[in-house]
Design a protein around this ligand. Sequence first.
Ligand SMILES: NC(=O)c1ccc[n+]([C@@H]2O[C@H](COP(=O)([O-])OP(=O)(O)OC[C@H]3O[C@@H](n4cnc5c(N)ncnc54)[C@H](O)[C@@H]3O)[C@@H](O)[C@H]2O)c1
Length: 291
Amino acid sequence: MTIRTIGVIGAGQMGSGIAQVLAVAGYDVTLTDVAANALETALSRISASLAKMAARGKLSETDRQAAERRIETSLALSDIGRCDLVIEAATEKESVKQKIFDDLVPHLKPGSILTSNTSSISITRLAGRTPHPERFMGLHFMNPVPVMQLVELIRGIATDEETFVAVQEVVERLGKTPVVASDFPAFIVNRILMPMINEAIFVLHEGVGSVIDIDNSMKLGANQPMGPLELADFIGLDTCLSIMQVLNEGFCDPKYRPCPLLVKYVEAGWLGRKTGRGFYDYRSDPPVPTR
Ligand SMILES: NC(=O)c1ccc[n+]([C@@H]2O[C@H](COP(=O)([O-])OP(=O)(O)OC[C@H]3O[C@@H](n4cnc5c(N)ncnc54)[C@H](O)[C@@H]3O)[C@@H](O)[C@H]2O)c1
């Protein structure tokens, strides 16, 4: 199975990064979103990132231009139907993802492979709503996609070997390192990372430490490059909450209960960097803690 054309659904921070690395690796990419401004923002972000790579000598000028030309955008989900491989990278909500696959299926060409970049949702359940669950799997990139080396590959219960190998080859062509995770809530990375972030929010909620002291503790005391609250803002607090909810519901273990303060921030629409405010307020430079 040779993959040449790839459709990316959702042009947020992950979808735009995924489109960028695919185009640099030589794939023709169609990027779609429900919001026209998300597509515009994605294109300018990709353009700026490619220009930075070219300026640093990581990409020739010819390759930069070729990569930009390989990305087309569309507001019509049906345009994704012509692609050999589909990567769904829309909002982390099962109902949103299910509707996307329901709407996309009638437009798919025969033999196409479907994947989801979900951080936590059951691949088997998403695949179960499609007519060919054997050609469906999890393809989980890390943020920011152009920088991070790891990609998690997740087989649903029905995923066949041909599909797995075809997707693994794409990851290898991107120069990234795949790891294989079983289809359990939040897979490997977020099963470990999210409870730590959630615990950091509990530490803040209970007044054990301030935003700055919690982040400094983990940066200087545990050698983490970003503090957990800074990282939560970077990931998106809505995404963090969704992942905790999937862990909580999936394992029925109270250790995964989302911190009420995380819920409160999401209710306020303070979703982190992408909305300008989360545990830090990014409207001032340097960002200031919001608690
Ligand atoms: N943020 C992270 O650090 C991270 C890391 C790995 C994986 N992920 C996963 O990637 C996915 C996207 O996360 P993100 O951080 O890019 O979110 P985001 O909020 O930046 O972007 C989501 C995009 O999906 C679009 N969208 C919503 N409904 C849609 C629909 N029906 N059709 C097409 N587009 C639609 C939104 O308009 C938005 O542009 C989620 O599943 C998330 O769990 C996120």
